[in-house]
Structure formats: C-alpha cells, structure tokens
Design a protein around this ligand. Structure first.
Ligand code: TNX
Length: 580
C-alpha cells in the first residue's frame, strides 16, 4: 500500500486543448500545496484528543477525564474465539503496531485475564452492567438497547479499553473510533515516541442509515487495484460500508467478462484524455472485493445501461443501433450512446454480463446505471429497464439504479440512487410510494467531483461549488419532498473522474468532504452542528498528514496551527533514512 501520495502530476496525455490546459495548470500548484501539508508542514494539535473528537459523531459520548488509559509496550489484545472477531482484533494490531512499535499479540484465550485491549461479541444487546464510568446517560441511552448490526460500545478506564458489539462489523467500527482517540501520530507508518493515551469514558454508537457509501468512477480514468484498496481504507476510517464502482462508461469498460472478452480487450484500452486505460481481471476484482469485505465494506458493481455504453459498442458493434461501429470516445460529453433495445442479442449480452458480475459479487446489490440515456424514447427506455431489472433479479441480486429508473415498474427491493439538485421530484417520490428505497447523492451537496471553490483546479461545477459546509449542511431524512426518512436507505458520495487522474487527485477531492457525507450517513441528526463538526474535523488534518493523504486544506476548517510537536510523515522519514 502506498503511504505517500503520488506526486501531483499533470496526467493530461497530449493533446490537451487550450481550455483544458488553462484549467489544468493551477492543479499542480494547488496539489503541491496539499502535498506540502502531507510533507509535514501541517502540525499536530497541542491539545490531547477528547473523547468526543470522533468523526462521524457518535450517538452517545460520556467522558470521564479521571479514567484516561495509557497504552504500553506489554499490551495484549484479547478477543472472543469467533474467527471474524479475531480478524478485527488482528486489524487493530496491524493499525497500532507501526506507530507504537509495540508487539501487541492477539489472544483469544478465554481463561486468562489478558488485556488490556478487549474486543468482545455480546449478542445484539449491550450488557446492562457495562455502563461503567459513563454513568446514567449512556446506560439510559442506546447502551440499554440493541447495538444493531453495526453498533458498538467503547469503554475506556485506567485499566482497559473494551469494545463490545453484537457483530464483527460493530467491533470493526469500534476499532475505527479507538484509532481516532489515539494521538494523530498513530497514523505514522514508522515508530514514534508518543504517550499513547486514550481519553477515559464511554461511547455507545450505531449508524442512522444502513447504507453509507462512496462511488469511484474507474471508467473515465482507470484506477488500479492498489488505488482502489487505499480508497477502501479511507471509507473504513469513516465507517462507510459500501464502495460503488462505476465500472463501465463511454470511455472504457473495466471488468473482465469471459463470455464477451472484447469488452476489456478492446473497450478497456481507452480513457478520457487518451491515456492507456486498463481493466480488472476477475482475480483483480476478487482481490478488491476480499479487501473490502475484511473492512466490512460491500462492493456495489455498476454496469451502466442502456446509455454510457460507447466502449461496449466499439468492442461489439452488433449491439449498436443500426449495427454501425462507433469510434472510440475519450471526451467528456454524455448521453449519446446506447445499446440497441430492439435487438434480442442485447438482452443476451445484458444477462451474461450481469450473471458474471453477480458471480463475482458476494454483496446483495447490482447497479444497473440507467442515467442519461437521452437518445432512447421514454417508452422504449422503460421497457428496457423493466427487462434489465428482471435479469438482475434472475442473478439473485437486488437492483440499484440512478433515479432515472423511477418511471419503470417496481422490482422487489429496488433502490434508486437520487442525484438531483432539486428535492422536489414527484417522479422519484412516486417510485418510493410504489416500494422503492433511496440512496441520496444530491449532486449539489454529495458530488465530490464538484469544485470546492471557483479556484479549485480540477472538478466540475454544473451542480455548483461544494465547500465542506455545503457537503455537510443537508439532511438525508428530509431532503426529498414527500419521501419519508424510512424510505431512505442511506447516502453516497460519488466521485466522477473526467478531470481526476491520479490517487492524489482522488484524495484531494474526497478529503475533507467524504467525512462530511459519512457523518450524515452515520450520526444521529441530534448531533448535527456545523461549528462542532468543523472543530472535530480540524483534528483530522494531522492524521491525514501522518497517513500521507493529499487533502484539500479547506479555509473554513480551523486546522491546528500552533503545534506541540511535528508528526513525522512518510516523506520526512524517507528524508531521514536517506541522510542517515
Ligand atoms: C452526471 S450523475 C453523470 C455522469 C457524469 C457526472 C459528472 C450521473 C448519474 N451521470 O455521467 O460523470 O454527471 O458530474
């Protein structure tokens, strides 16, 4: 895994037109500033972490400043014998070992009183006697109720840190919280001399929405497996549990399909700007899925149909209307291509592709796309979608699609991903009345391919400029007129990559907006408070710096400026190695 951001680079494979060039030039400067932060110029906060300094904000926090815990070299991680729980404990050890330099053995010994880091599965409910130092607030709150599929309880005393959950996923989220409660230097890839203090008290926490995701468009520009794994790490930090991969579009087809091999052999070799493109073999894709699963992240594959299919039509002109082979497309227009809805071969193609993708997919969802098929008449479009929905059902998966699917008939469990900019959308509200649930990705809040400000060197602005506050200031529960909160499955932050070409640029667009969307998906509305969020988020800058994440140092966030000490970064450590 990379620990430093890729050098900010101009991808722009020639030829770039003059307009693109003028947009791209400042990218280097802006990204270099961001890289300078990553190089150690952003400094650690002078104050110790407080129990409430967690993003996304936990449901209940009960600090006990008299009960801080100090992690020492002889610490042992004790976990239940359950293999999935044990794997979470191993991941905790993997997180803590590099910076602490401590051995941190993991044991599932039930008889010995090893610790002091304890991970335990307790059935769905938190134990009634576990209020501990937290007092009545926590005991009377969610702690006495079910922690659900993903909730956890974290208790910190002088003697131990204990994470309790009903599921391994809950333990995993608890581990992410613990990670944020340690000093920022815990993100360092090399040992740091630090007092590894965890603030005392208790947290009881569980998500507001079941679906919390981000989308990476690997079709407009291709991103290799290692880049995707690093994005999965970023999701996991912020308790996001779905990675939606936009695998196909006009500019490239990125997933191998054995029954239609030219999709990648031909359709995988292009991308925006005439770079080399690329695709995932099935083994590559399985690696992504496995890596995500270990982090309790479900991969949602998208095969965009019937539009956004130029790369497929280049590979197989028999799928094109009129059977006319189109030229490869490496521009950034949308809405011109579609598979021929009048030809039965198209449905064989859809069935075989979806079947192979479903077979690679342990998760329940298959995303059909469905957006911007501007050239397909409404009735034809509806008929195509209804057949495609049936083909998804035949694979045993549940359909997800962009909200353009709304007018089509309901299919069991179907989920629409809403990307509008005006919450008054009767067509989508009607689909909800007919049984659809929604993932909310309002383009003017959650589209992390939008520029932060007019000066942002990459990104779009068709849905407006999205600074951190705008990414944060909306409520998924009430955003759409006539849609009750219960119909909302969750939220997702899509990253389209027409202008995004490197991992450093991906991180620059995700941070700090991804944590804002993550908080909307996880935290109870009662915690929603811009000023408090801004302050909590500020403390994450030094963490990203230590982790080598090339983030946008948004001016509206009070990043810590008066450091107590510098956090060594990968780059400064490399320098040290070179001079020693
Ligand atoms: C709209 S959002 C699209 C994408 C573009 C994006 C750019 C959606 C379902 N379709 O094809 O990449 O805008 O922001």
């Amino acid at each position: 895994m990379p620990t430093t951001p890729a050098a900010p680079s101009e991808t722009g494979p020639e030829p770039l037109d003059p307009v693109e060039l003028s947009v791209r030039q400042p990218a280097a400067a802006e990204l270099a500033r961001s890289a300078a932060h990553a190089a150690g110029e952003l400094l650690a906060p002078p104050t110790p972490v407080r129990l409430g300094d967690v993003v996304p904000a936990p449901e209940l926090v009960a600090p006990d400043p008299a009960a801080d815990f100090l992690l020492t070299e002889d610490a042992v991680i004790r976990v239940d014998a359950d293999p999935a729980a044990r794997d979470v404990a191993e991941q905790l050890a993997e997180l803590l070992r590099p910076a602490t330099g401590y051995p941190l053995p993991v044991t599932d010994s039930a008889t010995r009183a090893d610790g002091p880091l304890v991970l335990t599965l307790s059935g769905a409910a938190a134990p009634a006697d576990a209020a501990g130092p937290a007092g009545d607030d926590v005991a009377d709150g969610a702690g006495a109720e079910s922690l659900g599929d993903e909730g956890y309880r974290l208790e910190v005393t002088h003697a131990e840190v204990r994470i309790t959950a009903g599921t391994p996923a809950g333990l995993f989220h608890g581990v992410q919280t613990l990670r944020q409660l340690l000093p920022a230097a815990v993100e360092s890839a090399a040992p740091v001399a630090e007092r590894w203090v965890v603030p005392g008290g208790a947290i009881v926490d569980r998500p507001r929405f079941a679906y919390r995701g981000a989308m990476l468009d690997v079709a407009r520009h291709f991103f290799g497996v290692d880049d995707v794994l690093r994005v999965i790490d970023h999701l996991a930090r912020y308790k996001l549990n779905h990675l939606h991969l936009h695998l196909t579009d006009d500019q490239g087809w990125r997933i191998a399909v054995d029954s239609w091999p030219r999709l990648t052999e031909v359709g995988g070799t292009t991308e925006v700007g005439d770079g080399p493109g690329g695709w995932y073999t099935k083994d590559d894709y399985r690696r992504i899925v496995r890596y995500a699963a270990r982090r309790h992240v479900t991969v949602v594959p998208e095969i965009d149909l019937p539009g956004h299919t130029n790369a497929a039509l280049v590979a197989y002109p028999e799928l094109a209307p009129g059977k006319i082979p189109p030229p490869p497309y490496t521009g950034t227009e949308v809405g011109f291509s579609y598979v021929d809805p009048a030809d039965e071969r198209t449905y064989a193609f859809v069935a075989e592709v979806l079947g192979e993708v479903a077979a690679l997919t342990p998760g329940p969802w298959l995303h059909l796309g469905g957006d911007e098929a501007f050239k397909v008449p409404a009735d034809t479009y509806r008929g195509f979608i209804e057949r495609a929905q049936e083909l998804v059902a035949a694979t045993g998966k549940t359909v997800v699609g962009w909200h353009q699917l709304a007018p089509a008939g309901h299919a069991d469990g179907r989920v629409l991903q809403w990307w509008g900019t005006n919450g008054d959308d009767p067509e989508t509200a009607d689909a909800v009345r007919r049984g659809a649930r929604l993932i909310l990705s309002p383009a003017n809040h959650a589209y992390v391919d939008m520029k932060y400000t007019a000066e942002t060197p990459i990104g779009h602005d068709w849905a407006g400029l999205i600074d951190v506050r705008r990414a944060y200031d909306w409520d998924p529960g009430t955003h759409l007129t006539g849609v009750p909160a219960e119909a909302v499955l969750g939220v997702e932050a899509p990253l389209w990559t027409e202008t995004v070409t490197t991992l450093a640029e991906v991180e620059f667009m995700l941070f700090p907006r991804l944590p804002a969307v993550a908080e909307l998906g996880w935290s109870p509305r009662s915690t929603h408070d811009w000023a408090a969020f801004r302050d909590r988020l500020a403390g994450h800058g030094p963490r990203w710096t230590a982790a080598g994440i090339a983030f946008h140092p948004a001016p509206e966030i009070p990043w810590p400026a008066t450091p107590a000490h510098r956090i060594p970064t990968q780059r400064s450590r490399d320098d040290a190695t070179h001079t020693s």
